[in-house]
Ligand binder design. Structure first.
Ligand SMILES: N=C(N)NCCCC[C@H](N)C(=O)O
Ligand SMILES: O=C(O)CCC(=O)C(=O)O
Ligand SMILES: [Fe+2]
Length: 354
């Protein structure tokens, strides 16, 4: 199904309801969501997922409250779960400890990863998660993790249909993501001083499949880079590019209640030979309020998944109506790719995994 109907644009990016894929709805509802995902991934690589049928709005609010409590603790309390006590990836990262494009990010965070069976903190990424001891913290976040994993599988399956994959092809792809090496970050952003350049989080693409970002209602913090459209110019049969959307520019992706911001990671670029874009994004938070919290959940492939261009994407690339030239993408083991990326996250010339 390569047609592109059903895109609704609000706050500049499409809003897509995942309800049909979570609530056992009828086939037409599912197909329309799948088509909308396909269109959004071709054109933007970034969209809003309406998850209000699945998540009570109080749930993430509750998580944000717990996160604020943690970030308000004295530094020495937070340092008790510092990532240096484990594998240098799992745990609390101090303000400016994360690095993007060689520059320190103006945020602090707790990073959590899928637990592994035989933890070994001397092995990159293979340590144990470190949780704050605040009452209910871990319990509440574990409920969220569970939900985001369910959401991840649902969106992946819907995307497989949107891309035109047959059920047997989905069965195959499913084995690459059914034991997701997920990541969750709980991020606190103090405002950047007005007289200081820099980023709250520098421009980057996400690494894996799907990012589901919940953020508190602070505006103008998260920005997405929308490249010039190739589709509207070169493919008149394709979905029109909505008027009023500025391309070749950074636009704000402000939070919308009942939705998470969703973007696709670099593995989708490989699976589709570049047909789906993994979009650059960054955070610049100025202003007076401590933008306390964003909670990105990264639904990723299995650690050992070998990610390679999908036959369905090749079929689409050969289709006359798809004029975008295929990029060259070699098969990539997700875990190897991740290790390289995480190494760079602390590398101001002293990355642990370099
Ligand atoms: N797991 C993900 N996607 N984390 C994204 C972090 C992006 C910033 C990171 N310092 C970087 O340089 O990539
Ligand atoms: O906090 C945000 O709004 C985005 C964070 C982000 O892009 C990331 O951690 O990968
Ligand atoms: Fe990101």
């Amino acid at each position: 199904m390569a047609e592109t109907t059903g895109i609704k644009v609000a706050s500049n990016l499409p809003i897509i309801s995942i309800a049909p894929w979570l609530n056992g709805a009828d086939a037409p509802g599912r197909l329309s969501t799948a088509a909308a995902l396909h269109a959004a991934c071709l054109e933007f690589g970034f969209f809003y997922l309406d998850i209000s049928s699945f998540v009570d709005p109080e749930e993430p609010e509750e998580l944000a409250k717990l996160a604020r409590e943690f970030f308000s603790l004295p530094q020495e309390e937070k340092d008790k779960i510092w990532l240096g006590h484990q594998d240098h990836a799992r745990g609390y990262a101090r303000l400016k400890e994360n690095v993007t494009n060689g520059k320190a990010d103006n945020h602090e965070a707790i990073d959590l990863y899928r637990p592994v069976e035989q933890p070994d903190k001397t092995k990159p990424l293979w340590g144990e998660n470190q949780w704050p001891t605040l009452p209910q913290f871990r319990e509440k976040y574990e409920v969220w993790i569970h939900k985001m994993k369910v959401l991840g599988m649902a969106v992946m399956e819907a995307m497989s249909v949107g891309l035109g994959m047959r059920p047997d092809e989905w069965d195959q792809l499913r084995t690459q993501v059914d034991d997701s090496f997920w990541v969750m970050r709980i991020i606190g952003y103090p405002p950047l001083p007005n007289d200081e350049d820099g980023f709250s989080c520098g421009a980057h693409k996400d690494y894996g499949c799907l990012t589901f970002l919940w953020a508190d209602p602070t505006r103008n913090a998260l920005q997405v880079f929308l490249p010039e459209p190739f589709v509207a110019v070169e493919n008149p049969g394709h979905a029109p590019v909505e008027e009023g959307i500025e391309r070749g520019a950074w636009i704000s992706a402000d939070p919308i209640s009942g939705c998470v911001v969703c973007n696709i990671g670099e593995m989708w670029e490989i699976w589709t030979q570049g047909l789906y874009k993994s979009t650059l994004h960054r955070v610049i938070h100025r202003g007076s309020n401590y933008r306390f919290v964003s909670i990105p959940f990264f639904f990723e492939p299995n650690f050992n998944a070998v990610v390679a261009p999908l036959p369905a994407a090749k079929r689409l690339q050969q289709d006359d109506s798809q004029k975008k030239p295929a990029g060259t993408y070699s098969p990539t083991v997700y875990g190897d790719f991740l290790l390289k990326k995480v190494g760079g996250n602390f590398a101001q010339g002293k990355g642990k995994y370099d």
